[in-house]
Design a binder for this molecule. Sequence first.
Ligand code: SF4
Length: 581
Amino acid sequence: MKILLATLHAKYVHNSLALPCLAVACKGMDGVETVIREFTVNEHADRVLRALVAEEADMAAFSCYIWNIGETLKLASDLKQVRPGTFIILGGPEASFGVFELMTQYPAIDCVIRGEGEETFRELMALLLRTDGGRDALQGVSAGIIFRAGEEIIATPERAPIADLDTIPSPFSAGLVELNKPLVYYESSRGCPFSCAFCMSSLERGVRSFSMERIRKDLGLLLAQVAQTVKFVDRTFNYDTIRADAIWEFILAENRGSRFHFEIAADLLTEENFRVLRRIPPGMFRFEIGVQSGDERTLARVGRRSELERLFANVRRLREETAVIVHLDLVAGLPGEDFPGFLDTLQRLFDVLNSDGRWQGEVCHIQVEPLKVLKGSPMRKIAAEENYAFSNAPPYKVLRTPTLSFSEICRIETVSRLIDLVFNSGKFPTTLTLVGQSQPLSRFFAAAAKQWEDAGQPATLSQTALFESIWRFTEELLPAGEREEFRDALCYDFCLAEYPAAGRLPGFLTDKDDDKKGNTRDGSVALKQKLDIPSDSRVRSFRHAFSRDYLSYPWGKGPVALLFVYISAPGRGLRIEVLKV
Ligand code: SF4
């Protein structure tokens, strides 16, 4: 019996953990062959279908999420048309609620696995093997499936969560997880101690962890293979602060160059945690921290238990005392939050991320997402009671709340895009530092978002076009006197972002005498020696005079002439050096 396990990722870099877990659950079963195929939602649907058909599988199991359910249902239906004998199974969060409606609407689906899949999948495969693929076998599955029996759709009882996670065979030991991808998912625990109404993890009670022995063994494999980035999918990694320390210590001792991403509750961090985190080298750890809202009343209405003051204090400590990259999440559209309230929360994030008023490159991120009113989540009840409008189709995005109009939600999305391009990219540190000295950054982003919407924001734009957009925003946002200072800072950031190529200089960088003679191909021996430039490098330079000395902070007085040296070579990326001239 050949089993095809397939999914559609949102992006190529993503890597399935669920499918290898199902494949390894069937390992050792005589007569079962599993094959894993991963695609993205952006791939041509016909090409994906052809690849699935070519597997000639007896059974196809699809892993379903909000980002792929539409495409997956179409694929499954088309596969059934081409190969009517293929037994189609769906699983994953997006297939776990409204199953009867789903199966009624899509006759191609033979069976849905609800909840944790490993035990149910193994039991189902064993029964199908024993009965040589006979559909009557489905009656014998003890729990966790909803299946078709003639005209009827029948549900077995829910399956209890697997009590001992160590009984799940390791997909890493079995060599089923592709470790060469940029991102490798790893789970050391399942479940979350909290119960936020907008989150599916709130439905499961309690947290279960793999044993430390098992965690060391699996993580050890990833570290030995130097997986590029290991993303812990644990819902609240540091729910047990002592366990978190033990895993961080293990990584510190064994890491050979991998990076790690954890979702943590910052308010739970302890002094002992900080003692370990202060030893983490720059760039090795990234913490994703859900703030969601800065309003205690809003958080209370969605049942989110979070000590905000302690959370903000610990985020500040992470920035000041450690080299951990901090990524803060906000959800827009939670009960009671209006547009000014959203901006207050956003400003609070800027304030805690920035202790000395100076922004420096890509060391912290803010992600703003509109609320998703997920199927099966308690947020559906709140949304009904409070007369929310949200999309009926995945990802069930909020469209209007009693306190946020549709246009305000659109404005928040534009703010989010600008934050991503301008703040998260780390390309505008000097410009943002300057803006932050005269006004709250949240207000600047809100005003810039309005201008961008009025002007018709482009779907894509080059880095130079982005710098030019930011320059145009300031026509209305800043008085003429401040605009020159802004131009100066923007020029400095631009020169650090890319080589200002002659003939393609952005408008704000063209009207000074020294710019006209600024481009050179200065590969002089003296320069190469001074900057220790390998002989096979391409060297270009650009000179510009600035009204301040941005090389130190607080900024020194200008004017200061700087020479930017751009050094590149195949496989070594772009290195930029700045010299005073
Ligand atoms: S939002 Fe985070 S803390 Fe809240 S239930 Fe979900 S995973 Fe847990």
